[in-house]
Design a protein around this ligand. Sequence first.
Ligand SMILES: Cc1cc2nc3c(=O)[nH]c(=O)nc-3n(C[C@H](O)[C@H](O)[C@H](O)COP(=O)(O)O)c2cc1C
Length: 173
Amino acid sequence: MKAVVIYESLWGNTAAIAQAIAAGLGGDVQVLSTAEASHEVIAEATLIVAGAPVHSMSLPTDQSRELARGGDMGPGGALPDLSHPKMRTWLKELQKSHGSSAAFDTRVNAWYGRGSASKILNGLKRAGYIPISKPQGFFVSGHPIKPTTDGVLCDGEIERAQLWGIELARMMA
Ligand SMILES: Cc1cc2nc3c(=O)[nH]c(=O)nc-3n(C[C@H](O)[C@H](O)[C@H](O)COP(=O)(O)O)c2cc1C
């Protein structure tokens, strides 16, 4: 198996989950931002795992990233990393190929915590990658009712991501 884990991440939570999934996958695996995951780099991959944060119950948009740039939205008011393209754009530009796929997002454990991983999996499917797992959500802290944007990963989520990586590797074996 040659695996690539690709992420969009403004404040590092989704990137940390991507690293943990890769640790679980083991073997020949690369972790890349959407800026690094060019067609040439991912061409040989037999498994693509892609993830992004949930923004407004969907994948991040230009508008949601612009809001984030405004400041005060990330953990401790940290500035977002907007140096890499949106997962939406990466998926749109993804060339037809074949292989296996899985998708994840980071979200608040609340009514508004959904809508990103399923869209990523559909995008991978459209490009020819066959899903081997249900979309997975990993939790950041946040208010259960009032939408919040400054979450950090909840306890145990890194370990859960690693276990999911191990499960994906077993499925690929
Ligand atoms: C503009 C904006 C909108 C957001 N909307 C949602 C949302 O609808 N549901 C949710 O669960 N989290 C929402 N969040 C919180 C993000 O999911 C959280 O910031 C993200 O998981 C952090 O991941 P990152 O550090 O990789 O960017 C939003 C965050 C921002 C900045």
